[in-house]
Design a protein around this ligand. Structure first.
Ligand code: OSB
Ligand code: MG
Length: 377
């Protein structure tokens, strides 16, 4: 369902940006690298009627996507924030159009749009979930488990998350760390809901290895090939029994429609940052639902800001698979919000407060800040 009722306009006074460094509770390893500290940009939109918060989910290096923190920091201050400040009074639904002339930089656009959306909804007293079209008050919580030292260590890590109550496990794979790792988890835990994420680490020439994963009855394989390998994904999908899910490739509603038309995916991971915002994310949800294609909410190691927004998004009716919407403590000992997202009976609650429904912890925010800039009208 498209957004039922638009948000009110806000009069922007300033936009504050901060680079944060948040230590991770344990290193997070994917096919593209290892992170021990989450570097992320937090946005505060200052309006006549109060503040709103957003998060730019770029990472320190352009390994998952071409976007990265210092590039985001630059393009935001040089082009995107000035364009919004020039607009002055604007509705959240206008943000994407104002920023449209600037090519790419979707994660930056998403973070700016979220801050303005939060400010507008807080001023109106409306929860984000209600605005986006949430139909449930809690969502099942899956967890993304990084590549470990060896399959035994992976089994131990997965066991910990299952004990905590996570209802679906996703393991990261890469060439040489795929079949044996998946087999170890299946052998140890039986028929748990299990999926794998390759983060673009394979080529079509690896088709035989990827087909070996078919025997594990996985929910899906996520992004086996590169971002622009849409036709190759279609070719691969025809050779696999495991459903192919796209993450990196789906950068917009248009890309999602094209991928579905070509048979490149039968499941889609929706991440608001990757697609330029929560409004574009809803459009992808809507078109997939129309097409009968299941979607789930991906994650980018969000702080409490993005984590609250993801919980709201995942509550839309087309999100029929558990998302990477885990508790804050899966990544952080100390979040920057006063009530971090918690795991309750394998689920996380959709916040019901106004806007994002979470409050910033000013001391935690300040302690994590390594750079700050403010642009005024
Ligand atoms: O591919 O889904 C991914 C984290 C950073 C970049 C890409 C990905 C991930 C994850 C973590 O898998 C998901 C989460 O935030 O829980
Ligand atoms: Mg992924």
């Amino acid at each position: 369902m498209p957004i039922a009722r638009a948000a009110a306009s806000v009069a922007l006074e300033a936009i504050e940006l901060r680079v944060l460094h948040l230590p991770l509770v344990s290193p997070f390893t994917t096919s593209f690298g290892t992170e021990t500290v989450r570097e992320v940009i937090v946005v505060r939109a200052r309006t006549v009627d109060g503040d709103g918060w957003g998060e730019i989910v770029t990472q320190q290096a352009p390994l998952y996507s071409s976007e990265y923190t210092q590039g985001a920091w630059d393009v935001a201050q040089r082009f995107l924030v000035p364009a919004l400040l020039d607009a002055g009074t604007l509705a959240p639904e206008q943000v994407a159009g104002i920023l449209e002339p600037f090519v790419g930089h979707r994660m930056v656009k998403a973070g700016l749009e979220l801050a303005i959306l939060d400010a507008a909804l807080r001023a109106e007293g409306r929860p984000l979930g209600e605005y986006l079209g949430a139909v449930v008050d809690r969502v099942p919580s899956g967890v993304s488990v990084g590549i470990q030292r060896d399959p035994a260590a992976l089994v131990e890590a997965v066991g910990g998350y299952l004990d905590a109550g996570y209802v679906r496990i996703k393991i990261k794979i890469k060439p040489g760390r795929d079949v044996a790792d998946t087999a170890a988890v299946r052998d140890a835990f039986g028929a748990i809901p299990l999926q794998v994420d390759a983060n673009s680490a394979y080529t079509l020439a690896d088709g035989a290895t990827l087909a070996e994963l078919d025997r594990f009855d996985l929910l899906l394989i996520e992004q086996p090939l590169q971002e622009d390998d849409i036709v190759d994904h279609a070719t691969l999908a025809a050779r696999l029994r495991t459903p192919v899910c796209l993450d990196e490739s789906i950068v917009s509603a248009k890309a999602a429609a094209d991928a579905l038309a070509l048979g490149a995916a039968s499941v889609i991971n929706i991440k608001a940052g990757r697609v330029g915002g929560y409004l574009e994310a809803v459009r992808i949800h809507d078109l997939c639902r129309e097409a009968g294609v299941p979607v789930w909410c991906g994650g980018m190691l969000e702080t409490g800001i993005g984590r609250a927004a993801n919980a709201a998004l995942a509550a839309l009716p087309g999100f029929t698979l558990p998302g990477d919407v885990s508790a804050s403590d899966r990544f952080y000992a100390r979040d920057i919000v006063t009530e971090p997202i918690r795991l309750e009976d394998g689920h996380v609650r959709v916040p019901t407060g106004h806007g994002l429904g979470v409050e910033i912890d000013p001391v935690a925010l300040e302690d994590a800040t390594v750079a700050r800039a403010e642009l005024r009208r």
